[in-house]
Design a protein around this ligand. Structure first.
Ligand code: MOS
Length: 742
């Protein structure tokens, strides 16, 4: 696809290496928990061994006497926090050490502060809690309390009902009615969470935190510690992966700030890998019933998707797994619902492609079942039900290249050579299966502010309080600014991850490219215009008297369009004007015409698996994903995002499952030996096709975001391939060998 160039592309789109890559591979990138801070004490969290009840007592005398210990905080001596009256999602978990109640397993019950890590570890062993546990249930099928209807979901209403599902279902010639389940999964970024808190006097604090949202952490801490937000500075320069768990501050952030206040020293608090499974959220269990009714040709007549997901007893998180079912396929009769089951578990949270990830597993598995039931090729079924406009809102799509994704993916994969029969493809003794699924994720946009400073030395500095969670924010922002200024990218420096910078949104929901790059482009446009104005208004400039629209910028120069001689560098303009810098600022809001369009990314996922008929072992042998996500800002970092989503899809399909002991409620798979994620040999060659789209509605840069869509549908493509290989429809993730053995 070619189209109007929204950003004049010299750097944008190029597979530029990460501009922060050298810092990272040489160990010079400073991650928040390791920030060098003088005199920092070490803190560790003691957590509850029971899932619900109260602390009858907690004896800290021995711990307090241990070598190097500076403080042991429990509910008996911890400072009181503000904001306990709030009912915002996640605020309950921030109310740490405020009373003796225990509402989830591994809840913080004490924090130990010592001069060294070893002393803190030793003292932690000496904290002696005594519990009064109460009965618990962590199993969704056994929950006696009624399902809860949440007020709304992060993707709009709790329930939707278009047309007449019952009539459509009644008239259907082919029907699928199946229930799919997905397990608890835990985020495991390579870098666990960690925080360094430094108080500068009684009412100013600086917090180095591994977070996807410095401004969100600032807001929540300000409320909790009753400080004006401007007295709280949050810094997060490099982040070793986020995936949603770092989207909001959790208990450890509050504890680090509290502990630093009490001991009067900076405090460094790290969350252990074990604690990653309880302190920082998880993807909840879902149980999803899909009903698809179609005519003899597989044309959908009725679609129904009812979702139940787990949440905690004390807080609410809705996994919006039916959201894509509202918009992905054309059908007049679509009904969806979301309900919650309260269990004695920690509160779930956003985890990569929250909703669409678990939701596309169910929907795309059901579509595959329908294809077999109707005797239609799975890809042909999707084409037959292609939605030309959004069935939910009725709006046209701002851009949609799903057909091109299907085509390009199928061509690259060789889908036409697929033998339709179950078990019909073999390689020696191995069963071979080919499966496919559709991928989709909404392309949102949030308000973002940025400054761009053109400096007298001919370089530029981009400033915005966004974050790079490993996705490539530093790199794409440098590319966007370079093009807007006509500067080589190596003369652009990007500063992000600090609440001192202009406010930018959470790096979540695949929104950073689509929200922050328009702000940076706007600010760079302003800066460029200001420098041009200086030049054309200055008699000493070779550009004097030219009109602004006669000037182009390239190679660090302003150039008159008409001919030779009319050119000079940014440095020359600023030097003559005796300016250190020229600053452009921009506040990027949602484009107003967004409300008239449905704005989504789309893709097509194709998997080949082999199944060992004796061992039930599934291997993904190759994978092709084709995606249309608007303007691709960097072909290399974009490809990595999409590929990462597919690798995660392999994990979800075959490996990942957090096991909770039903009696104690404790997670038993609490490290990367027991919680399985795909490693090198689990990951086959993955081919990524990126279909560049021109979309003038999504935002001023045209990027829709690439962080999450790769995860959607990828697990379903694998599950569908397993069915094609074996005739076994596994509706319960992950597809472990035991489920395939007869
Ligand atoms: Mo993502 S789950 O929006 O960090």
């Amino acid at each position: 696809m070619s189209g109007e160039k929204i950003v004049s592309s010299e750097e944008v789109g190029r597979p530029l290496d990460r501009v922060d890559g050298v810092l990272k591979v040489t160990g010079r990138a400073s991650y928040a928990p390791e920030t060098p801070v003088a005199n920092a004490a070490r803190a560790l969290i003691a957590t509850s061994a029971v899932s619900a009840g109260r602390l009858a007592d907690i004896d800290t005398r021995e711990a307090e006497q241990a070598p190097g210990v500076l403080a042991v905080l429990t509910h008996k001596n911890a400072p009181k926090l503000k904001g306990a009256d709030s009912h915002s999602q996640g605020d309950r978990v921030l109310q740490v050490l405020q009373d003796d109640s225990i509402v989830y397993n591994d809840q913080p019950i004490a924090v130990v502060v010592a001069d060294t890590l070893e002393h803190a570890q030793h003292a932690l062993e000496l904290v002696r809690p005594r519990y009064e546990p109460r009965a618990i249930n962590v199993v969704m099928e056994q929950e006696k309390s009624a399902p809860v209807k949440p007020e709304k979901t992060a993707r709009g209403p709790t329930d939707t009902d278009h047309g007449d599902f019952d009539a459509g279902w009644g008239s259907a010639a082919v029907r699928v009615d199946a229930t799919y389940t997905t397990p608890t999964e835990n985020h495991n970024p390579m870098e666990p969470h960690g925080t360094v808190a430094v108080w500068q006097g009684p009412d100013h604090v600086t917090v180095y935190d591994s977070t996807q949202g410095v401004f969100n952490v600032r807001k929540r801490l300000a409320k909790l510690f009753d400080l004006p937000p401007e007295n709280v500075r949050v810094i997060s320069l490099f982040i070793g992966g986020g995936f949603g768990c770092k989207g909001s501050p959790w208990s450890h952030v509050a504890l680090a700030v509290m502990a630093a206040k009490v001991v009067g020293r900076p405090v460094r608090l790290t969350v252990t890998r074990h604690q990653m499974f309880s302190l920082v959220g998880h993807r909840p269990i879902t149980r999803q019933r899909l009903m698809l009714g179609a005519d003899h040709h597989g044309k959908l007549l009725a679609v129904r998707h009812d979702v139940e997901s787990a949440t905690s007893r004390f807080d609410e998180f809705v996994e919006p797994s039916a959201s894509q079912t509202r918009m992905l396929y054309a059908c007049a009769n679509i009904r969806t619902s979301h309900r919650l089951r309260r269990l004695d578990i920690p509160t779930p949270t956003f985890m990569r492609a929250p909703g669409e990830s678990s939701g596309t597993f169910a929907l795309e598995s059901a579509m595959d079942e329908l294809a077999y039931a109707a005797g239609v090729d799975p890809l042909g079924l999707r084409l037959r039900n292609h939605a030309d406009h959004d069935p939910d809102s009725g709006h046209p799509f701002s851009s949609k290249s799903l057909r091109q994704c299907y085509q390009a993916g199928a061509d690259k994969f060789g889908w036409a050579r697929r033998k339709p029969g179950v078990g019909s493809m073999r390689d020696g003794r191995l069963l071979v299966g080919w499966g496919m699924a559709t991928a989709t994720y909404p392309a949102g946009q949030s308000e973002a502010k940025a400054s761009v400073r053109v400096r007298a030395d001919g370089t530029a500095v981009v400033q915005t309080g966004s974050q790079d969670i490993g996705t490539g924010t530093y790199t794409i922002l440098a590319q966007v600014a370079a093009d807007a200024l006509g500067l080589p990218v190596d003369r652009v420096r990007v500063e992000i991850g600090d609440t001192k910078l202009p406010e930018a949104p959470l790096s979540a929901g695949s929104r950073t490219a689509s929200s922050v790059s328009p702000a940076v482009k706007g600010a760079a446009d302003q800066a460029r215009a200001a420098v041009i104005a200086l030049a054309v208004g200055d008699r000493r400039s070779p550009l004097y008297g030219l009109s602004v629209d006669q000037i182009t910028v390239a190679g660090g120069e302003l150039r008159g369009k008409s001919g030779a001689g009319h050119r000079e560098t940014y440095a020359a303009v600023l030097g003559r004007a005796q300016r250190d810098e020229v600053v452009g600022q921009y506040d990027s809001r949602e484009k107003p015409d967004r409300k008239d369009y449905a704005i989504h990314s789309f893709g097509a996922q194709f998997a080949e698996v082999t199944v060992d008929p004796d061992l039930g072992q599934v291997r993904v042998r190759r994978f092709v994903g084709a995606f249309a996500t608007g303007k691709v800002l960097n072909a290399k970092t974009g490809r990595s995002q999409l590929m990462g989503g597919i690798v995660w899809g392999i994990g979800m399909a075959l490996l990942e499952r957090t096991e909770r002991d039903a009696r104690s409620g404790r997670v038993v798979t609490r490290d990367l030996a027991d919680y399985h994620v795909p490693v090198n040999l689990d990951v086959p060659p993955i081919e990524i096709i990126m279909i560049d789209e021109a979309d003038a509605h999504v935002n001023d840069v045209g990027a829709k975001g690439m962080g999450e869509i790769g995860n959607t549908g990828s697990h379903a493509a694998i599950a569908n391939a397993v069915y094609h290989a074996t005739g076994r429809r596994i509706r319960d993730l992950p597809i472990t060998p035991d489920k395939l053995l007869l």
